[in-house]
Design a protein around this ligand. Sequence first.
Ligand SMILES: [Zn+2]
Ligand SMILES: [Zn+2]
Length: 214
Amino acid sequence: MYDFHCHTTMSDGELIPTELIRRMAVAGYTEMAIADHADFSNVEFLIEAQEKVKKSAGLYGIRLFTGVEITHVPPGEIGEIAKYAKSLGAEVVVVHGETITEPVAPGTNQAAVSCPYVDILAHPGLISDEDAGLAAKNGVCLEITSRNGHSKTNGHVVNAARRAGAKVVVQSDIHSPDDIISENMRNLVALGAGMSKDEAKTVLSRTSKEILNR
Ligand SMILES: [Zn+2]
Ligand SMILES: [Zn+2]
């Protein structure tokens, strides 16, 4: 199981990286990324810090990808910070999309799906067909989330992705230990978002290779 959208005490999560990694391993995950909220103030720190726990992750059977979640950065700067994060060694760049529960700047979804350095657009809210089409064309995954609030538009995201032929991923946007979802709950989130059993199976069994193939 994968989850490339996890938060730690390095931003607004409750667990330090190693405790989160251990809990993910116990829950059955094998591939994950710490994608803490990033802007120009902390992007270097987040990326450097994760290198220091890679060995610990490996000892627990987790392949840890270095990640960031670019959060509330103005759309005009998303391309620049995404490119910078990759140049510093980020393997997963997530962009905090236009969820309906926060005042994310309009144009954030479009900046993310147009950028060659972005891998995943998290909780993209009421994403337009045009932006879903760009996600499909550019290989950016759209996120279906188990997180309260952001999950209100999961059904819309699945439909838009299906029409556009865009890839989706199911993730939990973990902030606390209770946010780590079981294999069964991942499946229920996928089905609840409107995926068929076959679609859910495909989406839930994706590997990092497929998701991060940019
Ligand atoms: Zn957060
Ligand atoms: Zn997040």
